[in-house]
Design a binder for this molecule. Structure first.
Ligand code: B3K
Ligand code: ZN
Length: 871
């Protein structure tokens, strides 16, 4: 497989102004006629350049140029090269494709008997020969024909302009999209679908029809997505001044989908897991996911569709910005602090691990083999952090002017990350050249903190040192511009006035760290203050900031920054767990440090904000604990965390029970914030209660399981029971749950995950059994994620079994999936590539399994990941 480099970018030899597609749908042999209205690209004046069209898995039937048969072409590895074309031409190709054989779920494929497409990043070349690159923007007109009884609904981008009956029980429709777009935003759907309909009136008074297309039995699960869509449309008008631009916005739900959803112009296609939700079958988390993914795809209409990427190296231009936008949206709908905490928790475990591993890459990569491997946490989540820092550095009003300028200046164009940052520099007058390093340098910067108080001068000196560790292919790192939001706390935890060089800055400020080491001297302080650093997690860095337990406890209860309260609690827990890990490693009896116990005692007295409290009561995940160590002791981490959890559960049993009862509202389900928070806190308490393995707690969980009128409570109870050490505790509930939900694919995903995330020795046996369950299929990505993904990513102590059986199970699955669905295979294999911090024994086993995969004939997707992990 060959490597593509950013430095080799060249504009295309031809442009395509218009595309007329005629797709005659058949399961095994769909015929696609395409007419491309081509002209030479003035940006490529070299005479006589051939036209190189991409094409994959296509059977070519004929080619015509300007109405006459054309033979001056060659078929190549990647498509077709046409020579000696006139400067302007209409190129007509006829090809045949087989949607029914398409298990990669890229291009045109079948899901649940419906035709659907996925074209980002390079799926359109599996539909027809094309310049399948994002800098070629064309107007599309799409005619679809199909059997009228089996595929009554035929959809594509834009507006419906014509439809009618054909012979032989077939029918056709014609769609026209007035906006020029890259092929990755093309979509087509055909099936027996039903719509939930609604309407939205835009800022300027235009009426937009909203349609959510689902299978008939899912009609009752559609309302939440439409409500979320309307909120998102309104929010983007209010906050970013962005209005929707077509008369219709359609969303289609499909069961087989490689990722969450796709922002195709006017016709989003969604994984049903990210769009369908009703209280009986979906958890509060699932509701939240639907709301945020619907918003994300909607926001792409501007950040992605109206202004798109010049090439795929610029992917974070649309993804980082759009994730930032959806995070802002969610923060406005819910508790901003809790949203921030959850986003950071994901970043600091999964993205930091990626940034420290063999597949680490800059937010703007320099090269790739398979672009689908670059839809990563780094491009999305770290990309969003970079945009967030820009907003922090400029201040919201200026950032918003920069965003307006960007959308205005580049509307209808395919642009680069530099173009985006240049708008921000222009409106702010700031020099952002050092800031650009965030896009070019991989790896997570480490920030070391030193503090010094001088009582005679009444000054406090804060010194910050930054350093970014080397990553593959980038050994030398330059200092970054790091915005550090901070406050100084007095002995009671109150914010002190900040005075720097005689200037009063109020209670909170953002300092800009630019050098490898830099100091700030705060003045007029009568005693040593406690800095509250990196408030709101103002930069995606690792903070090495030693504090005493008393200082952490003060921050936990008093810091005015919600994020830093949580962070102090996490740090206290990490310290206590670290002590347990050391005791465990030295064969001593385990003793939970009293500071964590007092912290919980303090937390459990304050019920002001139940949503936040539920968050504060969570111990750091095993993955985040592992992030703290250069050499990870998987077993000790598991034992230590489990011990801490059980000790806290026993020590505070009565308090957890009292809280449980107080927040067990006994009211019918609603999505009101008070109820969401109550469920969250109640179920956090339930998990602690059941951790004591007491009969009373099991009875409580059993009752909740039986009586719950919603999936949040039902699944929380099921998980508590099924994760008990005694497997018999959960058996009846698991069976009952299966009986009740076997017809609901999405609920069955949770049923699979609950079983394989059991932190006990039998988890892997269950995985092997469940692979033969009738509801499981290797062809359905949701099922693969629910079973194999959950086991490998959410059950670290079992995945990393000492005997290596967890690794072997994953490698077997990857080898099987490599043939069926390379994109999913390349994602699934990632946990095996995180071997660098494991002990030698496990490292060797992980590499051996990677080698076993490498010895197979591999898709470029899996090859790229595995070869980097073995390098
Ligand atoms: N843009 C799509 C992701 C496409 C992934 C292709 N392998 C969804 C999103 O980020 O909104
Ligand atoms: Zn996106």
């Amino acid at each position: 497989p060959s490597t593509i480099h950013l430095k080799d970018y060249l504009p295309p030899a031809f442009l395509i102004d218009q595309v007329e597609l005629d797709v005659d749908l058949h399961l095994e042999n769909t015929r696609v006629v395409s007419r491309l209205h081509l002209r030479r690209n003035p940006q490529r004046p070299e005479p006589g350049l051939p036209l190189e069209l991409h094409g994959q898995e296509l059977t070519l039937h004929s080619i015509q140029v300007n109405g006459a048969p054309f033979s001056d072409y060659q078929l190549t590895e990647s498509g077709i090269t046409l020579h000696h074309l006139p400067d302007q031409a209409v190129l007509e190709t006829q090809v045949e494709i087989s949607p029914a054989q398409n298990t990669a779920l890229e291009g045109l494929y079948i899901s649940g008997g419906h035709f659907c497409t996925q074209c980002e990043a390079e799926g359109f070349r599996r539909i027809t020969y094309y310049l399948d690159r994002p800098d070629v923007l064309a107007r599309f007109r799409t005619r679809i024909s199909a059997d009228a009884a089996r595929y009554p609904v035929l959809l594509s981008n834009g507006n419906l302009i014509e439809q009618g009956q054909l012979e032989g029980g077939r029918h056709f429709v014609c769609w026209e999209d007035p906006f020029p777009k890259p092929a990755y935003l093309f979509a087509l759907v055909g099936g027996q679908l039903h719509a939930v309909k609604d309407q939205f009136t835009t800022l300027s008074g235009r009426k937009v029809a909203l349609e959510l297309w689902v299978e008939e039995e899912n009609l009752h699960k559609g309302q939440h997505a439409l409500t979320s869509l309307k909120k998102a449309m309104q929010w983007d008008e209010t906050v970013y001044g962005r209005e929707y631009d077509l008369d219709i916005y359609m969303i289609v739900a499909v069961n087989d989908f490689n990722m969450g959803a796709m922002e195709n112009k006017g016709l989003n296609i969604f994984n049903s897991a990210c769009v369908l939700a009703d209280p009986k079958s979906a958890t509060d988390r699932a509701f939240h996911r639907v709301e945020s993914v619907v918003a994300h795809e909607y926001f792409h209409n501007w950040s992605g569709n109206r202004v798109t990427c010049r090439d795929w190296f610029q992917l974070s231009l649309k993804e980082g910005f759009t994730v930032f936008r959806d995070q802002q949206f969610s923060a406005d709908q819910h508790s901003a602090a809790v949203e921030r905490i959850q986003n950071v928790a994901l970043l600091r475990t999964a993205q930091f691990a990626e940034d420290a591993g063999p597949t680490a890459h800059p937010v703007r990569p320099e090269s790739y083999i398979e672009i689908n491997n670059f839809y990563t946490l780094t491009i999305y989540e770290k990309g969003a952090e970079i945009v967030r820092m820009l907003a922090e550095l400029l201040g919201w009003p200026t950032f918003r002017r920069g965003s307006d300028l960007y959308f205005e200046r580049f509307d209808g164009q395919a642009v680069t990350i530099e173009d985006f940052v240049a708008c921000m520099a222009e409106v702010s007058g700031q020099d952002l050249s050092q800031f650009m390093r965030w896009y070019h340098q991989a790896g997570t910067p480490q920030l070391r903190v030193e503090r010094h108080y001088d009582p005679a001068a009444r000054t406090f000196t804060l010194t910050l040192h930054q350093q970014t560790p080397p990553t593959p292919g980038q050994s030398d790192k330059q200092p970054l511009l790091i915005p550090v939001k901070l406050g100084l706390l007095d002995a009671q935890g109150q914010d002190l006035p900040l005075i720097l060089k005689g200037e009063a800055l109020g209670d909170e400020t953002v300092i800009h760290l630019r050098e490898a080491s830099q100091s700030w001297v705060f003045e007029q302080l009568d005693a040593a203050p406690l800095p509250s650093l990196l408030r709101g997690f103002s930069a995606p860095v690792k903070l090495d900031y030693p504090r005493t337990d008393a200082e952490l406890a003060l921050q936990l209860t008093q810091d005015s920054d919600g994020f830093n309260r949580w962070e102090a609690g996490q740090k206290l827990a990490l310290n206590a767990i670290d002590a347990l890990i050391q005791q465990q490693q030295q064969g001593q009896d385990l003793q939970l440090h009293p500071s964590l116990v007092s912290a919980f005692a303090a937390l459990l007295q304050d019920h002001q904000d139940p949503m936040m409290l539920a968050e504060l009561l969570q111990l750091p995940s095993e993955a985040y604990i592992a992030e703290q160590y250069a050499c990870v002791d998987i077993d000790a981490i598991h034992i230590a965390r489990d011990y801490a959890r059980k000790m806290l559960a026993t020590r505070f049993y009565d308090a957890f029970l009292a809280l449980y009862q107080r927040f067990d509202l006994q009211a019918p389900w609603s999505a009101e914030p008070e109820q969401l928070a109550a469920r969250q806190l109640k179920n956090t308490c339930l998990a602690y209660l059941v951790a004591t393995e007491s009969e009373a707690a099991f009875t409580l969980a059993q009752q909740q399981f039986e009586q719950a009128d919603n999936m949040t409570d039902q699944l929380a109870a099921l998980t508590a029971l099924a994760h008990a050490e005694d497997p018999a505790q959960g058996q009846a509930a698991l069976r009952a749950f299966e009986q009740r939900w076997q017809q609901d694919a999405l609920v069955m995903d949770s049923w699979f995950s609950v079983q394989v995330t059991r932190p006990y020795a039998d988890a892997l046996d269950r995985l092997h059994q469940l692979k033969t369950h009738p509801a499981f299929s290797m062809k359905n990505p949701n099922k693969v994620r629910a079973l194999l993904g959950a086991f490998c990513q959410q059950n670290p102590s079992r995945f990393h079994r000492r005997d290596g059986a967890g690794y072997a199970a994953l490698a077997d699955a990857v080898i099987e999936l490599n043939q069926l669905n390379p994109q999913i295979a390349a994602r699934l294999v990632l946990p095996l590539t995180r071997h660098q911090r494991m002990d030698d024994h496990r490292k060797a086993q992980m590499k051996a399994e990677l080698q076993r995969i490498q010895d197979q004939p591999l898709s470029p997707d899996v090859y790229e990941v595995v070869s980097k992990a073995l390098a």
